[in-house]
Design a protein around this ligand. Sequence first.
Ligand SMILES: C[S@@+](CC[C@H](N)C(=O)[O-])C[C@H]1O[C@@H](n2cnc3c(N)ncnc32)[C@H](O)[C@@H]1O
Length: 345
Amino acid sequence: MTASKQLLEWVQAPIHWNLLQAALELKVFDFLLQPVKAAYVAEQTRLNPDKLGLLLDALASLGILHKRQQRYQLAEQYQSLLSSDDPRSMVANLLHMAKVKQMSVDRIKQLLAATPSAADDASYQSRMNFRDANFWQTASDNLLAFHRSTSNDYVLGLIEPWADKLAQRAVGDWQMLDLGAGSETLASSLLERYPALTLTLQDLPQSIDCIRQRLDQLPADSQTRLNLLAGDFNKIELGGLYDLVWSSMALYFANDLDGLLMRLKQQLKPGGVMLSLHEGLYNERTQPSYHVLGRFAPAMNGNDLSFDQCEIHAALQRVGFQAVATEKLATPFGPMELTTAQRAL
Ligand SMILES: C[S@@+](CC[C@H](N)C(=O)[O-])C[C@H]1O[C@@H](n2cnc3c(N)ncnc32)[C@H](O)[C@@H]1O
């Protein structure tokens, strides 16, 4: 692509999301599961039929909708993801991520100014402070939707080889910790799949409260093998002993990464395995572009938390884990590093 074409494409890039956000917030997609005319959707949503027709045409140009004989319908691959009530709905996830990841030009200029307005900064940053438990409480529906729609099947595939080995051992029950779990989705899948597993799901108290409210949706047998561990992982006892510790996109919040990993090692049985899934920035924190761009707004708001390439790998080695290995993965949520490490036998 020529440089001028690239620049013109970037001018158009925000339009994709703006159209989607408008349609999601107005719940337009909920009326597009069958082929219908714009006038019908306008009636249901009380919107202007002519302008709505323009929005639907633009969404059809992106392939989100099909238009045939003046009737619009959500393309099949988007139907569950963009419907408000579907179990695999991404709506809460998308709207939350847009708030977290996007930043207006005015806001960027304001933050770049030599003397930003202190009052505005304080209010904005308190809402976007990733170290504040209230932020994670408001992010709870987002994480649930992200896990159900996008990450869970993928993450299960990463854990399965280790879980299968543990399940095949003759010694019976085995224990796993999910540190900074975010939702019960992964726990629920693992508990159903592995009847000898007891899983401890750890998160901040507010997040655990949100999770607890949904637990009656799990089969009774899974509920009896699930422990909820509420608290800041920097401060609380982490339970144990575990055969497997899983932590994904949560180790940013360690006040002392080596100290936390050392404590996790002590909570593993001899030969037990720690699995970490986090990004690894490289080229002087300019790549991968997916994370550098997606985390630009959080970083500008004071949350520049991303790990560097092999940072967790090095920390695991420093605190005495063995067989530390890192694999680079292209995941549905961007390039990530899966790091595995073992407590000595
Ligand atoms: C980005 S989410 C990751 C959730 C999930 N592990 C995943 O991979 O999608 C970060 C999680 O860490 C939790 N968290 C943040 N600070 C924490 C702390 N100090 N102690 C325990 N959990 C924490 C948040 O509540 C949230 O659930």
